[in-house]
Design a protein around this ligand. Sequence first.
Ligand SMILES: Nc1nc2c([nH]c(=O)n2[C@H]2C[C@H](O)[C@@H](COP(=O)(O)OP(=O)(O)OP(=O)(O)O)O2)c(=O)[nH]1
Length: 136
Amino acid sequence: MKQLEVVAAILTYNGNILCMQRGKGKYPYVSFKYEFPGGKIEPGESRHAALERELREEMNIHTTIKESDLYMTVHHQYPDFAITMHAFYCPLSSPEFIRKEHIASCWLPPQELPSLDWAAADQPIMEKLVFESKPD
Ligand SMILES: Nc1nc2c([nH]c(=O)n2[C@H]2C[C@H](O)[C@@H](COP(=O)(O)OP(=O)(O)OP(=O)(O)O)O2)c(=O)[nH]1
């Protein structure tokens, strides 16, 4: 079974989180799902360098990711492959980006994240963001 190692960014600005919608792809269960932008780590690449590269390539976002900003790692088994996904927290100083690969995007406050149709691997990350945003 193919095993992917993926990095993804929880991009935040003004208390909102950037949600990106994938287009149609090879696998129906990830097609059109919402996700955190990122992608596969290339051989020899560190996690933070991979994520910085993906954000530049996919969105023209130039930012620095620190290993200490790791928010959560999830393992998920899809029908045709398994992924390990490392999600990094990444506050932005500007909400500007170019949507090069996704078909839609939106900024949402954490409590509204469950209104979108997320990729299954993202579900635990999304739920943690919602939980941690609740007042005590
Ligand atoms: N980037 C990203 N990928 C995710 C997330 N959740 C999730 O299940 N994935 C899956 C979808 C893809 O099958 C895989 C790798 O992401 P990717 O963006 O490089 O995938 P891709 O297949 O579009 O890339 P490519 O092969 O065309 O280069 O991880 C997520 O939140 N962000």
